[in-house]
Design a protein around this ligand. Structure first.
Ligand code: TTP
Ligand code: MG
Length: 357
């Protein structure tokens, strides 16, 4: 492995969904905003996706039942999740961030890791890079983010959360211990409510307590996670910033038993293809933007037509409507069709890293 000292940035957008809603509707500014399920006057089911900092003052949090949010803050502005819009913004932000990195790793919709070890000669230069990033994102998107800089991904991630919103926290190599020690264990990734409670039973509340615990005891109590906890508490994380291999496109073809021009059969086949692809999209939690239809005529001549939508979607109806529309162009030729194919591409994943334990 590369022995050179690493400099890693972690960028996390501030109250991402609600910040976009605020930007789109300036009249909401300064008011508590909650994006998530419909509250139905307190009878709503479902949860809060996120809320702005005004709403957080009332105790509202991501993941909280929407009925509870209503109790805490009935006068907030409640908005549905406009995922297509957030994904478009996310895509533009990732494009900005990628330029600044030697190695880049997007993490959910509103976070990314940037390895800048070559681009920046030291932590001071990295801090300047972070300032430039904040400036460019604000100028282009009118949104703020918080950035953490550290010698590894773990420290960078914890640092980005340190002075939210609009924060910039630098933790140099020699400062890792003094930075981590006073924090409650809950600030470590992978430490959720349950792990926090179990650690407390062992008298471990701060990261320092955890760093000084006996790793054998931790292993006994938590298995492999125990060792992971011990390493994290000591600021050790060797994982690389790496672009996850993404699925680039997804498609399916069907060859007819007999070459056909039968509109009913063609429509049914397109529906079947769309449904099959939609199933795969839902399974992987992917949203797409581009749709391609392929047609092979009876003489094996093959053509494709594509369309890129204005925003990302994962709706079956959007897929079907566009597939029919694209196929119409082929049918006008009045030539028998041997094969039909549907493909979707330009994906974005809606997955968001969650604390697992
Ligand atoms: P976060 O970065 O966790 O939260 P945030 O950007 O809203 O706020 P912060 O300023 O603290 O970073 O998540 C990013 C987006 O992901 C968030 O705006 C909404 C969405 N999200 C959910 O839909 N459900 C969830 O449980 C969480 C945590 C986030
Ligand atoms: Mg965020």
């Amino acid at each position: 492995m590369d022995k050179r000292k690493r400099i890693i940035l972690h960028v996390d957008m501030d109250h991402f969904f609600t910040a976009i809603e605020e930007r789109e509707n300036p009249r909401y500014k300064g008011k508590p905003i909650i994006v998530g399920a419909n509250p139905r006057q307190g009878r709503g089911r479902g949860v809060v996706s996120t809320c702005n900092y005004e709403a957080r003052k009332f105790g509202v949090k991501s993941g909280m039942p929407i009925s509870k949010a209503w109790k805490l803050c009935p006068h907030a502005i409640y908005l549905p999740v406009n995922r297509g819009l957030y994904m478009n913004v996310s895509e533009r932000i990732m494009k900005i961030l990628r330029k600044y990195a030697d190695k880049f790793e997007r993490w959910g919709l509103d976070e990314a890791f940037l390895d800048v070890s070559f681009k920046a000669k030291g932590f001071d230069e990295a801090k300047e890079v972070a300032k430039k990033i904040k400036k460019e994102i604000f100028e282009k998107e009118r949104l703020t983010c918080s950035i953490g800089i550290g010698p590894n991904k773990l420290v960078a991630k914890i640092a980005s959360d340190h002075e939210k919103p609009n924060g910039l926290t630098v933790v140099k190599e020699g400062e890792v211990r003094s930075f981590l020690n006073p924090l409650p264990v809950r600030r470590l990734p992978w430490v959720g409510e349950k792990t926090e409670a179990r650690l407390k039973e062992m008298g471990i509340e701060t990261v320092k307590d955890l760093a000084e615990a006996n790793p054998i005891d931790l292993k006994e109590k938590f298995g492999v996670l125990g060792i992971q906890l011990y390493l994290m508490a000591n600021g050790i994380d060797r994982s690389e910033v790496e672009e996850k291999k993404e699925i680039k496109s997804m498609g399916k073809d069907i060859t007819f038993e007999e070459d056909t021009l039968n509109p009913k059969l063609i429509k049914e086949t397109l529906s079947k293809l769309s449904e099959e692809i939609h199933k795969r999209l839902v399974k992987r939690n992917l949203y797409f933007k581009t749709i391609t239809v392929k047609v092979r005529y009876d003489n094996f001549e093959t053509h494709t037509h594509s369309k890129t939508l204005l925003s990302f979607t994962n709706k079956l109806q959007d897929l079907k409507d566009n597939v029919y529309l694209l196929t119409k162009k082929f049918l006008e030729k009045k030539r028998k069709i041997r094969l039909l194919g549907v493909r979707v591409s330009r994906f974005i994943s809606s997955e968001k890293q969650k604390k697992l334990i």
